[in-house]
Ligand binder design. Sequence first.
Ligand SMILES: Cc1cc2nc3c(=O)[nH]c(=O)nc-3n(C[C@H](O)[C@H](O)[C@H](O)COP(=O)(O)OP(=O)(O)OC[C@H]3O[C@@H](n4cnc5c(N)ncnc54)[C@H](O)[C@@H]3O)c2cc1C
Length: 389
Amino acid sequence: MQNTDIIISGGGMVGAALALALSQAGLTVSLIEKHAPAPFAAQSEIDLRVSSLNLRSERWLQQLGAWQALAAMRLCPYQYLQAGEAKASVRFDAADIAEDHLGHIVENNLVQLALWQQFNRHVTVITDTQISAVQENDTAVQVTLADGQQLSGALLIGADGANSVVRQFAGIGTQGWQYQQACLVAYVDTPYPQQDITWQQFYPSGPRAFLPLPGARASLVWYDEAAKVKQLAQLAPAALEHAFITAFPAELGAVKLKASAWFPLARMHAQHYVKGRCVLAGDAAHTINPLAGQGVNLGFADAMLLADTLIENQQAGRDLADNASLKQYQRQRKLQNTLMMSAMDAIYQTFSRDSDTLSFIRQQGLRLAANAGPAKRLLTKYAVGNGVF
Ligand SMILES: Cc1cc2nc3c(=O)[nH]c(=O)nc-3n(C[C@H](O)[C@H](O)[C@H](O)COP(=O)(O)OP(=O)(O)OC[C@H]3O[C@@H](n4cnc5c(N)ncnc54)[C@H](O)[C@@H]3O)c2cc1C
């Protein structure tokens, strides 16, 4: 039996950040991950799974010492963020809040790798396996892995994504639904040099988004009815390339398709984040419509608060799984995550309906946001993660 302070299932972006933050405070962590990240090679193709990281997430990764490693690999900053529809749009500029960028587009697997590279001797990484049984008593939680290893710790963290096994072993139910829309993500070469803007144009069938990547490259996201997205995904590469060029705003230019994949979109929220000696963070606790690129930013916000809570428990000599403090974590994060999910749904509903009244409201709202100085600055602060979320 291997003894440790904390067991984490899932070493993706959120689980790895938690393992790093806890180990830097001297806690011992056993991290169980199905697939270790591949090493980086400068000539390797860009991962299709990219995320927009806000300034708050960036600053936390800097504190953890992982940002520098990520920057040495690949990332793309953006100064402007533009959202709108054909007749009205709003452009946010980092200069309005005295910053030189609003965020970065990063490859998920490189964020994970940069975090793993910082692990110290307090982190024991166990790969290519997963939890097959969980047992809990008054003082510890014991897990058995599929390969027969056994671990014991004060707390088990589920950071193992939307299909979390920890959530299932803890018997925590979920609420949510599948959206009618799905999205097609493509990685393309663009005719222009590296861009410093990310834009999203709304259409009645769903938004179409441009995320800049390092060099003359970009990630494109096309949200549409699930049936339409599946049809697009079956097109030959040249036909799909043509579809992007004709369906996206002209500013996209004549892109060259490199790779694409489609994703279903689901809203899922765990009924509890905490049960006994199990606690959830990141996509294990919630998945959100990705239209404003908030998923992992919310996951990092969970991880920041959970790490602080556990470090405080340790410093105060309390049980790491102290129920009152974990409930406080649950209360705070569940509220913020619910607010963000509802905000995304309001945007989804408002922009997905083709009615004259809604179109009028959308255009007035966009014009107001574009012209109102203090309100625009406030919205920009939310966009970079300096609001309540
Ligand atoms: C199309 C799309 C676009 C998105 N764009 C953005 C964006 O721009 N910005 C943003 O912030 N978010 C975005 N998101 C959301 C973001 O990708 C997720 O919120 C983020 O990946 C969650 O990180 P996580 O570490 O919680 O979970 P995951 O990334 O799912 O990682 C879970 C980890 O656990 C491992 N694992 C799973 N099961 C087990 C098991 N049983 N045992 C051991 N290990 C296990 C997995 O291998 C993985 O490494 C997007 C999502 C989608 C679908």
